[in-house]
Ligand binder design. Structure first.
Ligand SMILES: Cc1cc2nc3c(=O)[nH]c(=O)nc-3n(C[C@H](O)[C@H](O)[C@H](O)COP(=O)(O)OP(=O)(O)OC[C@H]3O[C@@H](n4cnc5c(N)ncnc54)[C@H](O)[C@@H]3O)c2cc1C
Length: 190
């Protein structure tokens, strides 16, 4: 059983991975079809805080990835096909894009950080979306209406769509899931 599964490996998912791994929640990151997210196709990023000189989007995301790995996050490439559960999350369903083999990963908490062209259709059984297909979260939080499911980054942001905002929301989601696991006494499992 995983404590935390993170769907997506852009700035939101990888920041969530850094924070949850550093909090020893042993996150599993499902990178999906575009490891590193949208910024890997961006040439130079000139406005990410901490970089006075422009940084290549690919290099920036490699740094996020290394930092998450440094704290012990695990990575798999498969996309999440479905969030499992009824009123609360119980797992994630994955499909191997090559073999089409399906498998389920039981977990207590899941982050949806799948980016700006949200293919939220597959998550609709357990999350609510707005008219722009963005996942709805509670005001000032990353909690969705389903306990244990959190959303961060462009997938729930119809307004800003910037890397630093996505990273900030990834941090918020990590704090929110830590509190959720503690409230529900999930966190102490070995
Ligand atoms: C060309 C370009 C240039 C940009 N330049 C800048 C810039 O200079 N400064 C700036 O601040 N912002 C810039 N942005 C915006 C910035 O890239 C986004 O705001 C940011 O990447 C959003 O991060 P995210 O983590 O929410 O999503 P994304 O970066 O979109 O990451 C989404 C992740 O979800 C994964 N995924 C998708 N479906 C699934 C699934 N079913 N299961 C598991 N994983 C899945 C993908 O593989 C990917 O890893 C630019 C965007 C583009 C396209």
């Amino acid at each position: 059983m995983e404590n935390v599964v993170i769907a997506g490996s852009g700035p939101a998912g990888l920041t969530a991975a850094i924070y949850t791994a550093r909090s020893e929640l042993n996150p599993l990151v499902l990178e999906g079809p575009v490891p590193g997210g949208q910024l890997i196709v961006s040439n130079e990023v000139e406005n990410y805080p901490g970089f006075a000189a422009p940084v290549l989007g690919m290099e920036l995301m490699e740094r996020f990835h290394k930092q998450a790995e440094h704290f012990g996050a695990c990575f798999k490439s498969q996309p999440v096909e479905e969030i499992l559960g009824d009123n609360t999350v119980t797992g994630a369903a994955l499909k191997n894009p090559v073999t089409v083999e399906k498998r389920e990963i039981p977990c207590d908490g899941i982050f949806v950080a799948i980016g700006h062209d949200p293919k939220t259709q597959v998550f609709k059984a357990l999350v609510e979306t707005d008219e722009q297909d963005c996942i709805k979260v509670k005001a000032g939080s990353t909690r969705t209406l389903t306990p244990g499911v959190f959303a961060c980054g462009d997938v729930c942001d119809p307004v800003y769509k910037q890397a630093v905002v996505a990273a900030g929301q990834g941090c918020m989601a990590a704090v929110d899931v830590g509190r959720y696991l503690a409230e529900n006494e999930f966190g102490d499992r070995p």
